[in-house]
Design a protein around this ligand. Structure first.
Ligand code: ADP
Ligand code: ADP
Length: 236
């Protein structure tokens, strides 16, 4: 199945064209890696999937980005709902300066959940899902800024999972982390793909080879190659 279909996608920052004719499908419940040199459009592409680029003035999109059946730039869609279905994690861990608990509860509360027991359950499940619960269950009321960088990044993953998305976008999620924290996130990504469709930007070919099932190779705003990761990497 394909959760995300991209057809003839062009993207412009003002007069500058950052993506040209991008066409490929992102498979469901797999890890898709976006690789290629710096500045070739990987982040831009990632941010078209949840319409994050809309926040930048003067951007323009041509073509189709179809997420779970909706053509998200052409159909009338609810962007808040889209961003609930499509979670995002960034390069720098960016927890809110709030307690661990409130970081996770933030999204569900914004979507109208107020029941304390329900929120407790979501917080626990999300932290367990992100392989963080055992490390923080005794200090949920403490500031998220006080935990390690790797823990903060897993917290950000838990925060994304708390609103029950189908798709998880990750923009170089391990670039700011040490090797041990990176390995934990990679293991976690491997576990999460059973339940989520994951799209990850990485500048590391090794990381793409280790954790992805499908790879799209970007070069100067175009996808020059895409396919199962094994095939992409076995080529001479
Ligand atoms: P990276 O390649 O590490 O993802 P960049 O340096 O390309 O990061 O971009 C960092 C931030 O600066 C992003 O938010 C990006 O949108 C913005 N940015 C990058 N290039 C430009 C540009 N030419 N004009 C304005 N903003 C830019
Ligand atoms: P990558 O993720 O592959 O490093 P980006 O998607 O960040 O590439 O950037 C692709 C191109 O778009 C680069 O030339 C970058 O400078 C430009 N760009 C990125 N963000 C902006 C922005 N906000 N405004 C203008 N140009 C941008």
């Amino acid at each position: 199945t394909k959760t995300i279909e991209i057809k003839d996608l062009d993207f412009y920052y003002g007069d500058f064209q950052a993506l040209e004719n991008v066409t490929f499908d992102i498979p469901e419940n797999k890890v898709t890696a976006l690789i290629g040199p710096s500045g070739c459009g990987k982040s831009t592409f990632l941010r078209t999937i949840n319409r994050m680029n809309d926040l930048i003035d003067g951007t323009r999109v041509d073509g189709d980005v179809i997420v779970e059946g909706d053509d998200i730039y052409k159909d009338e869609i609810d962007v808040v709902e889209l961003r609930k279905e499509v979670g995002m994690v960034f390069q720098e861990p960016n927890p809110f300066p709030k307690s661990i608990y409130d970081n996770i509860a933030y999204g569900p509360r914004a979507h109208g959940i107020t029941d304390t027991e329900k929120l407790d359950e979501i917080v626990e499940n999300s932290l367990k899902h992100a392989a963080l619960w055992d490390e923080v269950d005794d200090r949920l009321d403490q500031s998220a800024i006080g935990i390690s960088g790797g823990q903060q990044q897993r917290l950000c993953i838990a925060r994304a999972l708390a609103v029950d998305p189908d798709i998880l976008l990750m923009d170089e999620p391990t670039s700011a982390l040490d090797p041990v924290a990176t390995a934990k996130i990679e293991d976690l990504i491997d576990d999460l793909k059973e339940e989520y469709t994951i799209v990850i930007v990485t500048h590391s070919m090794q990381q793409a080879a280790r954790i992805s099932d499908y790879t799209a190779f970007f070069l100067m705003g175009e996808v020059i190659e895409h396919g199962p990761t094994q095939k992409i990497f076995e080529k001479p």
